[in-house]
Design a protein around this ligand. Structure first.
Ligand code: GTQ
Length: 335
């Protein structure tokens, strides 16, 4: 037993909220890409493992990009297969250098990996990656691994063969306003996402996030995965957002553009294909440095976890004292 008064000091320290977990940090594409190529010498053949370089937040003892989210870049060479396996860790892929001839099979569904497509591998779904193109295929992996590890709920199983049986392709694709769908989408093609962004570019959007769209599960209107929410946002030329903070943490990937995200008193400068982390409960705002071109950011957050537990908070507090989903970031079209 321990006297509660011994721990009370720790509680008192959280008056006004927790300290952000981890540091604001940028992983530059120009630094990671050569290391991925070098990783081919270290891991000539991946088998059931992955040629993935995981980002280690310097402010987190156990690594990961934020305290709940792991992120990194993975590369599969021409002709290679990353063998089938499954785990209770949920993951998603955001394709950086893709091809029509590259695909991930998720529970039998063939999901082509073209540039900036989003592919989900929900927890305990079988998945194997294939590159039948002549070029290296690269994507961003994002996983809820740190959260699942904290819950001590990690299970893992290799399939036992290189590949699982593939079913007919196409049924896993996101279709807006999906009526009578038999399963949630596994793939959100960038062609659809980009169309929506361009169509909505003139709308006001959110003061905190610019024109931001959530990748929803059209069957529930909820987040893409039970533990991870996925967003894409456009910062119009010269757009500079207001600062806010929320109890959820987020990781970002720069699809295009150049700018900076100010987190607390740190300035994260980013360019195309850089990745960065915004720790939870830290004030942050985004700036598109270009006066002529839009910037597009893909991001993943752990908001669904906090919402499921009734713990979601943000400042300014326009959602507090409401049971409903937060008002910001606002999923456009669901107001
Ligand atoms: O690409 O399937 O970094 O299953 C960790 C687990 C990547 C993957 C990771 C995985 C994968």
């Amino acid at each position: 037993m321990r006297g509660q008064w011994k721990a009370d000091e720790l509680l008192v320290q959280t008056i006004g909220g927790p300290k952000p977990a981890g540091s604001p940090y940028v992983w530059k594409w120009s630094a990671v890409h050569p290391l991925l190529l070098e990783a081919c010498n270290v891991l000539p053949e991946s088998f059931t493992a992955r040629r993935h370089l995981g980002f280690m937040n310097p402010g987190l003892e156990r690594g990961g990009a934020t305290h709940t989210i792991r992120m990194g870049l993975q590369m599969v060479r021409p002709g290679e297969i990353a063998w089938a396996h499954r785990h209770t860790i949920a993951a998603l892929r955001f394709v950086v250098a893709g091809s029509k001839q590259a695909y991930t099979v998720v529970d039998g569904e063939v999901c082509p990996m073209e540039n900036y497509d989003l592919i989900l591998t929900p927890q305990w779904s079988w998945h194997d990656h294939h590159n039948k193109s002549g070029e290296n295929i690269i994507w961003l992996d994002v996983l809820d691994a740190s959260l699942i590890a904290a819950l001590n709920a990690t299970f893992y199983e290799p399939y036992g063969e290189k590949r699982q049986q593939a079913k007919r392709s196409g049924e896993g694709d996101y279709v807006p306003e999906q009526a009578g769908a038999r399963q949630p989408p596994l793939r959100y093609p960038w062609s659809e996402t980009e169309k929506l962004l361009q169509k909505m570019a003139h709308l006001e959007g959110s003061a905190y996030d610019g024109l931001s769209l959530e990748y929803v599960n059209p069957m529930t209107g909820g987040p893409a995965l039970p533990t991870l929410g996925c967003w894409v946002q456009m910062l119009r030329p010269g757009e500079s957002t207001q600062a806010h903070r929320h109890i959820s943490s987020a990781v970002y990937f720069v699809v295009r553009g150049e700018g900076e995200t100010v987190v607390g008193d740190e300035r994260l400068e980013w360019n195309r294909h850089d990745s960065f982390a915004v720790p939870n409960w830290s004030w942050h705002r985004h700036i598109n440095r270009s006066k002529t071109d839009a910037a597009i950011l893909f991001s993943v957050n752990d908001t669904p976890v906090f919402q499921a537990l009734g713990l979601y908070r943000e400042e300014p507090e326009n959602s507090l004292q409401q049971a409903a989903a937060p008002l910001t970031p606002t999923p456009l079209g669901r107001k």
